[in-house]
Design a protein around this ligand. Sequence first.
Ligand SMILES: [Zn+2]
Ligand SMILES: [Zn+2]
Length: 243
Amino acid sequence: MTNILDMFDSDFWNKKSSSFSSDLSSSTSKTEESTSNLSSMIPPQWDHPYLHENRTFTLSELQSFSYDYYIKFSPFFKNQPQGSIQGNVAIIFSSKMSSVLGLADIFSRTIKLNASYFSKDPTLIPYTLFHELTHIWLYDCYKDPSHTASFYQKMKEFNSTLLPVDHKVHIHSRLVTDAKFIYICPNCNRRWFSNKITKHIYCGACKENFDLEFEPKFYKNPDNPHNKNYKLPYFIKPEVEET
Ligand SMILES: [Zn+2]
Ligand SMILES: [Zn+2]
C-alpha cells in the first residue's frame, strides 16, 4: 500500500497535509532593508500605514493587515489567463511556527503565518502572503501547486508592487518540474500530483484507501513538458488512463 502522501515526498510537501511552507534560510532576524527607509516609491495602491510604523504589532493588527493585502492582491489571482482563485482563503497567525515562515494548506484553504517573525516586522508579510496565495491559486487553476516554473512566473508579478522582498526565503532557489501525473481521489475529488504511477493509494485528505478493485484515476499532466502525449483538457470529462 502506497500512502498517497508519500508520492509527494519532496521538499515542497508537508507530509502531514497538503501544505506548502516557506522556510527561513538561516535565522529569523529581519532583513536590513525591510523597515529602515522603506521605499517611498511604493505605488499608493500597494502602500499601507503599518509599513512605516517601526513598532511591535498585535496579532489582530497583523491579521487585519494581512487581509488588507489579501484583498489588494486579488487582481493578481482573479480572471487570469490560467484561471481564478476559487472562494475565500483564511489567514491565521501561529505562535508555534519556528523555522517555517508561512504555510499554505490548499485543501482547507488556510494560510498560516509565523506570528513571532512577523510581529517584529510586518513589512515582509505581503511577500510571504503572495507566495502562499500563489500555491492556492495554482491548485485552483488545476496546475501543479509546487514551486514550478509557473509558480516563479507568478511570483515575478509581485515585483511590480515594489513591496519588500524577503531574501531569507531560500525556497526561491529551488525549482521543480510539473508532476507527470494528476491523481483525482475517487472519493473526495481532491487532486494530487505525482511523478509515479501507483495502483494502491491512500488519500491523505479524506483518509480513503484505493486499490486495484477501485482504480485511482490519474491523468497525464499537460503542464509537464516531458509529457509527449497528454490529453487535454484533463479536468473536464477526462479520459481515464488505465494503469
Ligand atoms: Zn512555497
Ligand atoms: Zn480523498
